[in-house]
Design a protein. Structure first.
Length: 246
């Protein structure tokens, strides 16, 4: 069937077959974000959006949420609005790649645009938290502002290292894969949960209560730091073996 004539239900079904492997994917991405992205990709297909246009819509939701973090006092209602904007933006971030697979239009330019938006999001969301805490939170000490600053540095480094490692492992670029029939590790997915941007989005529901937010946010930071301590040496060893075999 011509992909341009598929109904919403047919598109959702087709996307369910042509999924990226769940191997190594954090639990939120696997259970929530990819299924949400599938629905959003099918809806985007129905209204005739291209994958790059979906990336643009994703950026609008995400950066609106990030701007609100920095600019608006975090009432409970506003915290909910911010979290929902971030969750939808992340769902659309999954949808652009899924739509590209559905249409057979994966391209280096689309991948570049997606990664540039992701890198900007990774850095600015933590800087927005710094601004929000400084402007609106009654912190016992300004030293707590180091927490989001450290998170920004760590998250940016981890994101860049992951992308670079994957690129060096596959010099010709990542391939679009169909669903992996093997069972992915649930334990691995749970251990990588602190690095999952989707869970970070949910933490923003607590932004109206700075002390609760800082505890949840700090736990995410510590979990991400632990993951980095395990992952970065492994990625370095992987890359070293590739160089030795070249």
């Amino acid at each position: 069937m011509d992909v341009t004539t598929r109904s919403f239900t047919e598109a959702v079904r087709a996307l369910g077959v042509a999924q990226k492997s769940n191997r190594g994917a954090p639990l939120y991405s696997r259970l929530v974000n990819r299924p949400l992205g599938r629905i959003l990709a099918a809806a985007a297909h129905q209204v005739g959006l291209s994958p790059n246009q979906v990336t643009g819509v994703s950026a609008c939701f995400t950066f609106t949420g990030i701007a609100l973090v920095a600019m608006v006092p975090p009432s409970p209602a506003m915290a909910a609005v911010i979290a929902v904007l971030l969750v939808i933006g992340y769902g659309l971030d999954s949808a652009d790649g899924q739509l590209a697979r559905l249409l057979g239009r994966g391209s280096p330019a689309g991948e570049w645009l997606d990664h540039v938006c992701d890198s900007l999001k990774t850095a600015t969301i933590h800087l927005a938290v710094v601004v929000s805490l400084y402007r609106f939170a009654d912190l016992p000490t300004d030293l707590l502002l180091v927490v989001p600053l450290a998170y920004s540095a760590l998250d940016t480094t981890l994101f860049f290292a992951f992308i670079l490692t994957e690129r060096l492992r596959k010099p010709s670029g990542p391939r679009l894969a169909t669903a992996d029939s093997s069972r992915p590790s649930v334990l691995r997915a749970m251990l990588s949960a602190p690095t999952d941007y989707g869970i970070l989005c949910l933490v923003f529901f607590t932004l109206a209560w700075p002390h609760v937010f800082l505890v949840a946010y700090g736990v995410m930071l510590l979990g991400t730091a632990g993951y980095a301590l395990l992952a970065l040496p492994k990625w370095y060893r992987d890359v070293s073996r590739l160089r030795e075999g070249a």
